[in-house]
Design a protein around this ligand. Sequence first.
Ligand code: NDP
Length: 389
Amino acid sequence: MRWWHGYLALCAAVLALCRRDLAALPSITRLPTPEPHHFGYFAAYVLLLAVLSSLLPGKIQLGALLSDGRTQLRYRINGLLVAGVTTTLFGAAVLSGRLPGAAIADAVPELFVVGNIVSISLSVLLFIHGRATRRKQWLAPRSFIIDFVMGSALNPTLLGIDLKFFSYRPAMVGWLFINLSFACKQWDALGYVTSRMLVYQTLTAWYIWDYFVHEAKMVYTWDIIAEHFGLMLVWADYVFIPFFFSIQNFYLLEDTRPLTYPEAVVTLSAFVVGFAIFRGANSQKHQFKTNPSAQIWGKPPIAIGDRLLASGFWGVARHLNYTGDLLLAVSYCLPCGFRSPLAYSYFFYLLLLCLHREKRDDERCARKYKTDWDDYCLVVPYRMVPFLY
Ligand code: NDP
């Protein structure tokens, strides 16, 4: 049996588990028709983030060495400031009564359709631009699927903005705004925010804030180093992250049961342990890449072939950062209780993504690091969970 047989079986099991919930979702023919102001709000939101990203100050972070062996892109790390200003403006608009707090939550179906139209249009433009660039460079065109879906350019820019790096900002801030708007909607309906909603809001806001605090480390992640910018990533940023990651809100909105103590303990434990592993592992790798002699857990780092870290979290399992992220994911779903498997869709998605990505990354690293990777796999035999996987 090949690894992807197990992967397909897991996908089928997740779909089977969620089938009743999925059948209850509105069919594609009944999707709402957005009005011009929905397009206007979406455009204004992305434009505001783009303008703030261009104008606000930020430290310059050099990216990973590109495949030509010479070029390193420069990224302005001002996401925290951009997100802070945008959130303050949103808060001020709500508190001053100019914008109803529940406006975004009420318009989620229409904004979801707008997000899809924007993603497909942007991907078409990126495809045309990428094909023209490849023609100019006398490079042979690749298949439509590769160029359109996976992307034809690694780092397309517009008016000096790196589109791939930038697009995480509308994604993460959009997720935050949808969450906050659902909390406002609940406040409007009940006159208070439930303990379940409060825990969900706090944990996800922490994750989003942490993303921007550590935005500089993004430049060494797989998406930035290896993935081209096409429909897959564009759709992930403008549709999937904001609209799918926030699905729990639909379950939390009308659930007035207070969070029980055991539920609170399990949820917070998953979050604390997951966060320590996720942030710890990603920070250790970033530190090792930027300062290879800096201590890890109070000791000099153990390196294989100078380039692979084999101590700290990276000595426990080869992708413990994915395991930490999965624990975080489960902590965002647990406040929904166990009424519906679809409330756990973020966890299922991340599980499938991490299992698949770990395989792809393993193959990539085996090609890149050759015998050093074999040695690393001998020293650190577990992929994601010690003694289990
Ligand atoms: P990693 O940050 O693990 O990056 C993998 C790369 O790190 C490898 O290709 C290799 O690149 C380098 N590397 C691997 N092992 C070592 C080692 N032992 N020592 C030094 N370098 C090593 O993966 P991702 O970029 O996929 O993910 C980053 C984070 O983002 C993860 O925590 C993940 O969970 C999270 N994430 C979350 C998603 C979500 O939807 N919530 C989606 C995707 C990711 P190199 O060539 O540079 O050496």
